[in-house]
Design a binder for this molecule. Structure first.
Ligand code: ISL
Length: 565
């Protein structure tokens, strides 16, 4: 059998640069700040850094609105700063992948400035332009060419007065969608990708990459009537030419290159059936995908900002399905957290009494699945959601647009705020908490987003030398993946699928077996397991409140164990 790819035993750490470390005191994190904190990543033991966008951008969506793909935004530093960072990451034996945001550009990108300048500009067809819907005048409600809702609230079309046509933006109006039907667009993207690979980067995380393929007929889609994010967009998941585009990208950009690269496609709406195709190495598309099924299970009737309690059985069914689907061919990513998701210890754990136990229990459950784990900055410290006093303390365009649209529609502002406090993306974007000093050692200036007051006790300095800390638990989990082949390559078998509070599964490879069993609740649980585990070694535990006897495991609140035999 061919050797397993290097990323099957790798752990990726996501840096959201504006909130990681600020070296120049302007209150926004930067490349020099990140370079000064690489000891933290090396101590944690991660293999790859995924760097969220640092390109030139008006920052309408914190850099996911790019105005020059081959320049570093001054707020983060210079290309020289980037080259220095990359050299330092490589010198420490780590890799660095960039965030590829090519479903859309900023409306301030020169390409869009040309495209919008006239209907017969050579770059007109680099974006999606359409006249008002038949029977409607430009600007009239309902004149939008399709019924698609933006992910950031409101219609996905904006009228450009100058040429009397609408342009498509699945996200904010400052993020016009590129037209991937146009080969000129595709080749401009591939040129840019090759430029970054030639500069030495080790791959890409690809932003909403499954959305780049739309049906050129631009048909209306089914809507829920609640104006849900992305409502009506008929290709939520897999557009008509997505496999063709990804295979062309892989051929044009990666084929013939020696070296070890990583590609992960972020794919809202992707199913495990699609993922089998996207991640089948024989198809040359991407190495793994970010799915959204497991992080949408707590979305209520009203969608993302109308959360409901998670039923653990739903989570086990979802992740178990993905483990089974990609067991033979393809590969899973593993994540709870990123810059778009609330902090897992607040969302699914207990950020009060059982903060440490619940943070480490969720980490244990994730990291020992088959797949490549992604650690989002601060997750390794057990960072929590932040206590936003009101929407005035929030910065995220998705939240601010949602708040405005809901309040305009007459929804009680307190109800809207409750959803934003629980699920808003700013929760993940508060500055990393390095120590107990003012602003948590993140900046010497005024932070762009308030530092969580709990940094007084919840910070890296307080955890480095505490063997029971969240940080050291993540370090041991990552160490297990590097030490035991069964973690990376072992078969996966879900246990206790119907238990509402305990998550348990087995891994097996070449006669080595692991049992992962975690109590994901605040009440004690006792579960039956195969008696063969009674004399197994406990290779990792987050508490003393657990006991293994013949055929039984007793688990205190949020207790998580890893047994090996
Ligand atoms: O999580 C989400 C689904 O409701 C959205 O918050 C998120 O926008 C979506 O998953 C797509 O995310 C990616 O593309 C966006 C950018 O705002 C996100 O930060 C990025 O991760 C547009 O580029």
């Amino acid at each position: 059998t061919t050797a397993a790819p290097w990323w099957t035993s790798a752990v990726v750490y996501q840096v959201y640069p504006r909130s990681f470390a600020d070296a120049d005191g302007d209150g926004v994190g930067d490349l020099a700040g990140l370079a000064s904190r690489l000891d933290h990543l090396e101590r944690l033991g991660v293999d790859v850094v995924w760097l969220s966008p640092v390109y030139a951008s008006p920052q309408a969506d914190n850099g996911y609105d790019i105005s020059d793909y081959q320049a570093i935004d001054p707020v983060f530093g210079t290309l020289e700063d980037f080259d220095r960072l990359l050299a330092e990451v490589h010198a420490r034996g780590m890799k660095l992948v960039m965030d590829l945001v090519v479903n859309h550009t900023s409306d301030e990108h020169p390409w869009f400035a040309e495209s919008r300048s006239s209907q017969d500009n050579p770059k007109r067809d680099w974006y999606w332009w359409r006249p008002p819907r038949d029977g409607f005048a430009a600007g009239e409600p309902g004149a939008e060419p399709t019924n698609w809702e933006s992910f950031f609230s409101g219609p996905a079309w904006t009228l450009d007065e100058k040429t009397g046509e609408y342009y498509l933006h699945l996200f904010d109006r400052k993020q016009p969608d590129l037209n991937w039907e146009n080969p000129e667009v595709r080749h401009a993207v591939y040129d840019m990708m090759r430029w970054w690979l030639d500069r030495g980067v080790d791959g890409f995380r690809m932003d909403v990459i499954n959305l780049i393929s739309k049906d050129p007929a631009l048909p209306d889609g089914a809507t829920t009537g609640t104006g849900g994010l992305g409502d009506g967009f008929p290709h939520y998941g897999t557009g008509p030419r997505i496999h063709e585009f990804l295979q062309e990208m892989h051929r044009e950009v990666f084929r013939g290159r020696t070296g070890e690269f990583l590609t992960v496609g972020e794919m809202p709406g992707v199913t495990w059936e699609d993922a089998r195709l996207f991640t089948d190495p024989a198809r040359g598309e991407v190495d793994m995908v970010f799915q959204f099924e497991h992080v949408s299970l707590d979305h209520g009737q009203g969608g993302k900002f109308d959360p409901k309690p998670l039923d653990l059985r739903d989570l086990k069914a979802s992740l178990g399905r993905w483990q089974a689907a990609l067991a033979e061919t393809g590969w899973n990513s593993l994540y709870w957290c990123n810059h778009d998701q609330p902090r897992v210890v607040s969302r699914f754990g207990d950020d009060g009494q059982w903060w440490r136990e619940s943070a480490t229990a969720w980490a244990t459950v994730l990291h020992l699945h088959r797949g490549t784990p992604f650690v989002y900055q601060g997750e390794e410290l057990g960072m929590t959601n932040a206590p936003f006093a009101g929407v005035h303390e929030m910065r995220d365009v998705e939240s601010l647009n949602h708040h405005r649209r809901q309040v305009e529609a007459g929804v009680d502002p307190d109800v809207v705020l409750r959803g934003l406090r629980a699920m808003g993306r700013d929760n993940a974007r508060t500055p990393v908490q390095w120590d107990a000093t003012p602003n948590a050692g993140f900046t010497s200036g005024e932070p762009w987003l308030a530092v969580n007051p709990n940094h007084s006790w919840l910070n890296a300095e307080a955890q480095y030398d505490d063997p029971r800390s969240v940080f050291n638990h993540y370090r041991r989990l990552i160490g297990l993946r590097h030490e035991l082949p069964v973690v990376a390559l072992g078969d996966f078998r879900m246990l206790l699928a119907d238990h509402p509070h305990v998550y348990a599964y087995e891994r097996a490879l070449d006669g080595v077996r692991l049992l992962v069993v975690a109590n994901l609740g605040g009440a004690e649980q006792t579960v039956d397991v195969d008696p063969a585990w009674s004399d197994a070694d406990v290779v990792l535990s987050n508490t003393d409140a657990a006991h293994v006897s013949a055929g039984r495991v007793e688990l205190g609140p949020w207790a998580a164990l890893v047994l090996k035999r």
